[in-house]
Ligand binder design. Structure first.
Ligand code: ADP
Ligand code: MG
Length: 456
């Protein structure tokens, strides 16, 4: 969808709105809030930021997200650059924001201060479903009684499935109960350690990491191959463990699958509870979308949420990304999104799941494809050609819509569900060998998804 008629400043504001939803408050305030659109010509945007530090950070860390967000709004590829626009009256401390990975800052002696958890990553806002039920239960048990139930908790699973969210939820809950917590990524741990060694402040480093009640280490896989870090982490682990302090770890893989991880760490990681998070099922995805729609206080038609939940299947981060694009549009349009519009906005998201297909339309398309009438398909004729077309309609109705077998039978002239099942199986089996049939079915599917015009 082209949106060239929009005022570039409005586009940028919408992009900032969408970014705000994708980032922690602290990060947004630190990096994006003060960024201003300087010029926009054709598809090229130039954004002004207060200093070189922010510019480099945006370029190095946030560029893909910002670009993607902008493109989601304008509906086509854009070029995006950042430039420093000095504002001498507003001096800002050039320190990284809280809760960020500590960047290579070449020279700073300080350890990162003020660990701030993402305020959204709480148990209350975590939707429990089939893929994460175990992980959630274990995390909750630990947050309520750190150090006593399972130690360590080792949570693993693919990207965007809620590991960081759960880990931080443990942090929020334990903190609420008065425990001292520390949340870091394993990269931060490594960088802190390197800085401590360089500045001869390992005592302070140990003080920091070994005096907490709950140590939360995110993305431990990054310590693979780093011998010094593993050594230090092993001792940190043992000290905490011996003192009944809780250790929680996330990883993108099972400890056994981590190459170049010392065997003694592998066995420590398996000594408590080990659980995985798996991709969300449809119900979980829909529940997450409903919750997010409630957060942003924009009314989304149920069918739009259903559409997104069906389309984005693999991970929750992408689900949220897709949803945020719709939010940005809804804010601009100031009207509830139609499902067709949502489909258009999200059309570049793979895999392309067929848009909701109207069963009546499907029957029409099949009839026309075989030069028959709809009544032929619905009627009693047993002619070979008509029977085959009818079976194809049954097959496609079952594959392409969510209708039940009896409902399909009803639509095709009141046939019963065993007849529909029989027709469906006939086509399914025939498809295994009959390439002409494969071709026809594919063609009809394409017409249904409106990727090619119907043949007259
Ligand atoms: P991971 O660390 O596994 O890559 P994250 O914890 O960063 O994934 O989750 C990605 C996004 O999805 C976050 O915004 C998070 O809040 C959200 N999310 C993940 N799982 C859930 C859930 N079960 N309920 C609500 N939001 C979730
Ligand atoms: Mg994570």
């Amino acid at each position: 969808m082209e949106r060239q008629n929009l005022d570039p400043q409005e586009i940028w504001q919408a992009a900032k709105g969408a970014l705000q939803l994708q980032m922690t408050r602290a990060n947004f305030d630190e990096w994006v809030k003060d960024a201003r659109l300087l010029t926009a010509e054709e598809n090229s945007f130039i954004v002004g930021v207060p200093n070189f530090y922010v510019r480099d950070w945006l370029q190095a860390r946030l560029h893909p997200m910002i670009k993607r967000t902008l493109e989601g709004i304008v509906g086509h590829a854009v070029e995006l650059r950042y430039t420093v626009q000095q504002k001498p009256h507003r001096t800002k401390e050039l320190a990284p924001g809280p809760n960020m990975l500590w960047p290579d800052n070449g020279g700073s002696d300080k350890l990162p201060q003020g660990i701030v958890l993402n305020p959204r990553y709480t148990f209350e806002r975590f939707i429990v479903g089939s893929g994460n039920r175990m992980a959630h239960a274990a995390a909750l048990a630990i947050a309520e009684r750190p150090g006593y139930t399972y130690n360590p908790l080792f949570l693993h699973g693919g990207v965007g499935l809620g590991k960081t969210h759960l880990l931080q939820a443990v942090g929020h809950e334990a903190m609420r109960r008065g425990y001292k917590i520390l949340y870091v990524s394993s990269e931060t741990f490594t960088n802190d350690l390197i800085n401590a060694i360089r500045t001869q402040s390992t005592a302070a480093f140990r003080e920091r990491y070994r005096t907490v009640d709950v140590l939360l280490i995110d993305d431990i896989q990054f310590i693979a191959g780093k011998e010094t870090t593993q050594e230090e982490f092993f001792h940190t682990f043992n000290t905490l463990y011996a003192a009944n302090k809780q250790i929680c770890i996330t990883s993108d893989r099972h400890p056994r699958e981590m190459v170049s991880l010392q065997e003694r760490l592998v066995s420590r990681f398996q000594g408590g509870i080990l659980t995985d998070v798996r991709p969300p099922d449809y119900e979980t995805r829909l529940a997450i979308l409903r919750a997010r729609a409630g957060d942003v206080q924009i009314p989304f038609p149920e069918e739009v949420l259903d559409f997104v939940a069906r389309k984005v299947e693999t991970n929750i981060r992408e689900l949220e990304g897709a949803f945020n694009r719709l939010v940005a549009h809804a804010r601009l349009d100031k009207a509830p999104l139609a499902v067709e519009v949502a489909a258009e906005i999200l059309r570049d998201i793979a895999p392309v799941i067929p848009t909701v297909i109207d069963p009546a339309q499907l029957i029409r398309v099949v009839a026309r494809h075989y030069s028959l009438s709809e009544d032929d398909l619905k009627g009693p004729s047993r002619s070979r050609q008509i029977v085959t077309a009818r079976h194809i309609a049954m097959f496609l109705l079952r594959e392409e819509t969510s209708l039940s077998l009896p409902q399909i039978g009803q639509l095709l002239g009141g046939r019963d569900h065993t007849t529909v099942m029989h027709g469906y199986n006939k086509i399914k089996n025939a498809l295994l060998q009959d390439s002409a049939l494969q071709h026809q079915i594919m063609r009809i599917q394409q017409i249904l998804q409106q990727r090619v015009p119907a043949m007259e």
